[in-house]
Design a protein around this ligand. Structure first.
Ligand SMILES: NC(=O)c1ccc[n+]([C@@H]2O[C@H](COP(=O)([O-])OP(=O)(O)OC[C@H]3O[C@@H](n4cnc5c(N)ncnc54)[C@H](O)[C@@H]3O)[C@@H](O)[C@H]2O)c1
Length: 440
């Protein structure tokens, strides 16, 4: 099938490359000319395992993938056009739909008369946005006689494993109020063996928010449990294990830590809360989820200031992690970045290392009070304490016996419960974690 992707970021680029790998002829469009030029040369705008190789394959060998800034050609190409532009949260917490509006208008402007297109929103957009997309496509067409239907196909990929996720998705959700559009759209996903949830367009839009809000609720729930564990001498890792083995609950998203971050959960939970308020419903559970998440990073930070006092001037912390989670270079709304800022705000200096997110961390944080080092090992030397902020596997596997004595004092603040408290005790480390039973 001929498929067009509008917006070549995490979602658009990965989806485009995977669709081409499935045999579709894909044109990816972005308004960022530098990004487009780089992708043509094989330089990826994001770090995602296997992406560079996949784009090389579909672009240069299979020749089923093109990337462009030419809206006219891109819109003419695709029978199905996916909108994959950003929908960041705005000041009031609602989703900023201006990029979606612009993309829809550009599509409308370039749909040739006589063609039929399915315009699909893959970006995460509030329920009801399909009407707005329809209006904007019409507006862009400036009175031309065009034929199209709108649909929603929310994206569930996880950064860090997105190519695997796209090929092995547990379900695909497609929603439209047009049967014709649904039939065509399901053809894009014919390769997949997993269920396709075929529904109306509003339900499809809402499913994405419901899923993200539920996962965020799980995280906030276990983070709240970590507080109870700390106050009662229980161990949150054991509690999570005992809960998660119940198949009604499941083990995932039950790792207590410094709270959820990233480009999706914070804005999507907030946007769903806004949607419910706009519909005269006070979704109190979600308010609690957001409050718990805010509190969690403060609880962690308080552990540092409880030990050293609020004035951290003169101290240097070795910091492991800046990405919002492991497996990605993405630092958008990263709690790690927020905690680094809090440490700096209290006068601390830091040596920071992340396996993938150094460039983004430098861009977000600048150099003031921060030295960026080239390896995990280098954060330890002469630092006053170690602070772990991202759950990279390689951080769990460091040779702590050799590295910890390089700190001025063996003090570890583990924001991701990555290390074994018993081993830390055996090494005589002053160890602080989230809701762990430390036997003292
Ligand atoms: N990143 C994720 O893990 C993830 C997962 C699921 C859903 N989503 C959702 O998917 C959407 C995209 O997220 P992302 O992380 O890929 O965003 P991104 O910021 O990485 O990429 C968006 C791209 O759209 C381009 N763009 C903006 N306006 C455009 C226009 N008018 N025409 C063409 N291109 C335009 C930008 O230049 C950018 O390259 C968001 O709604 C997000 O919530 C993201």
């Amino acid at each position: 099938m001929k498929v067009t992707i509008i917006g070549t970021g995490y979602v658009g680029l990965v989806s485009g490359a995977v669709f081409a790998d499935w045999g579709h002829e894909v044109v990816c469009l972005d308004i960022d000319a530098k990004k487009v030029e780089n992708i043509k040369k094989g330089i990826m705008p994001i770090y995602e395992e296997g992406l560079e190789e996949l784009v090389d394959k579909v672009q240069n060998k299979d020749k089923r993938f093109e990337v462009t800034t030419d809206y006219k050609g891109a819109v003419e190409h695709g029978e199905v056009i996916f909108i994959c532009v950003g929908t960041p949260g705005n000041q009031s917490g609602a989703a900023d739909l201006s990029y979606v509006d612009q993309a829809a208008q550009s599509i409308g402007k370039n749909i040739p008369e006589g063609d039929y297109k399915v315009v699909v929103t893959k970006s995460t957009v509030p329920v009801g946005t399909h009407n707005r997309v329809k209006e904007n496509v019409k507006k862009g067409s400036e009175g031309k006689k065009i034929s199209f239907d709108v649909a929603s196909c929310p994206e569930f990929l996880r950064e860090g494993t997105s190519i695997y996720d796209a090929n092995n998705s547990e379900r695909t959700v497609i929603g439209s109020n047009s049967e014709k559009a649904l039939d065509i759209l399901s053809g894009v996903y014919a390769t997949l063996k997993s269920p396709i949830v075929r529904t109306d367009v509003a339900s499809a839009e809402l499913i994405k928010y419901a899923a993200n809000a539920f996962l965020a609720t799980k995280i906030s729930f276990i983070n709240e449990m970590s507080q109870i564990c700390e106050r009662t001498g229980a161990d949150v890792v054991s509690v999570a294990k005992g809960m998660g083995l119940d198949s009604r609950i499941g083990p995932k998203f039950l790792n207590a830590g410094i709270g959820y971050g990233g480009s999706c959960f914070p804005k999507d939970v907030e946007a769903l809360y806004r949607t419910s308020s706009e519909n005269f419903y006070d979704f109190r559970l979600l308010r609690g989820v957001m409050d718990a998440n805010e509190r969690q990073k403060d609880y962690f930070f308080d552990k540092i200031t409880s030990k050293y006092g609020a004035n951290l001037y003169g101290l240097t912390f070795g910091v492991l992690g800046a990405a919002f989670k492991n497996g990605t270079d993405d630092t958008r709304k990263s709690v790690a970045i927020q905690i680094i800022r809090m440490l700096r705000g209290h006068g601390a200096k830091m040596k920071v290392y992340d396996p993938a997110a150094m460039d983004n961390a430098k861009r977000e944080l600048g150099n003031e009070y921060i030295t960026y080092v080239d390896s995990s090992d280098e954060v330890f030397k002469d630092s006053d304490a170690l602070v772990i902020l991202t759950e990279w596997k390689e951080f769990a596997e460091l040779d702590y016996k050799t590295l910890l004595p390089q700190l001025k004092e063996k003090v570890v603040f583990d924001g991701r419960n990555l290390l074994d408290p018993i081993k830390m005790q055996e090494m005589d480390v002053d160890y602080y974690a989230i809701g762990r039973f430390l036997g003292k």
